[in-house]
Design a binder for this molecule. Sequence first.
Ligand SMILES: *Cc1c(COP(=O)(O)O)cnc(C)c1O
Length: 375
Amino acid sequence: MSLAVPLSNPDITDLERQAVLEVLSSNRLSIGPHTEAFEAAIAARAGRKHGIAVNSGTSGLHLCVKALGLHEGDEVITTPFSFVATTNCLLFERVTPVFVDIDSASYNMDPAAIEAAITPRTKALLPVEVFGNMEHFDAYERIARKHNLLLLEDCCEALGGVHQGRPAGNFGQCGVFAFYPNKQITTGEGGVVVTDDDGIADMCRSLRNQGRDTSAWLSHAYMGYNYRMSDITAALGEAQATRLDEIVAKRRHVAQMYHDALAGVAEIHCPPMAEPASASWFVYVIRLADKFSRSQRDALMQHLKDAGVGCNPYFVPIHLQPYVMKLLGTHEGQFPITEHLAERTMAIPFFANMTPEQIQRVVATLKEGIGRLSH
Ligand SMILES: *Cc1c(COP(=O)(O)O)cnc(C)c1O
């Protein structure tokens, strides 16, 4: 059944449709000119020298972990309040994720908690701009420099955002963007690694293409992967990238409409955003007031779903995912701020082309659902 108001909806126009059709009429469906053009466009947005297109954000993160030389026995400090890919890219290489709690004002890793978690085995920080909020990224970079640590930026949720004059993707040694259909711009599936480091770029280019020697096609220097992006996909991304400013502005406007419509609803906290004027919104995640329980949040989500309004818990903490608990021995109670917030947060419909009527419908359904909770 299709929802009256979906959770997300990509912003695709005739420009994108035309771009894809042109590739289909050419004879270069992979390793073609659009891949390079898309890489250049994304690298430029991040203020970086190199862009390396891959088939998903997760693949990009995995390549960065390899290119940074991280391996078994190394510890990387990361956030439990994210999508599982942030942790999986470490687990793929038997690198130990060390979770630290978040700061309730931004939902990003608490800088003080990072400093407290550093050990002689710590090799890198892996922070995330949660929901597009870039707060603390300057502090993460300072901490990394001070302790001689690498910094890998999981900027999969922040394309187009700017923090203290610097774009998302510009922090640390390298960063990774993702292009699943709920992201700011989409390629269906896809990712791009960005970096200024020639060595990291060369290694990512080789590893995404079966570990090929970049000069000789049938010579394989490393055991690599097929993480390539097709040129069909890249052409879609290239066209989307030309519309990034427009899409980011539309999403900012939708966030503002939500803020205004929810301002008088005492039971709901609007999502935090450090620099609203230069923010790039990924999702719109509301939080129920502290007096509500997880089961009340779940009842509210059911009310929305019954009314045809998309919603999802965002995020279920990574350290409480069954396979992570089994693998790392993590458990409830370890990260109280993350757990407290995660029990009360939920993503509501959010996309560039949302209409004021759709916003009103979501907000009215939310108010109605909250009214039922207190009775
Ligand atoms: C979207 C996202 C990714 C990558 O997702 P893919 O589906 O592999 O493209 C990684 N980290 C975060 C925080 C994300 O939101």
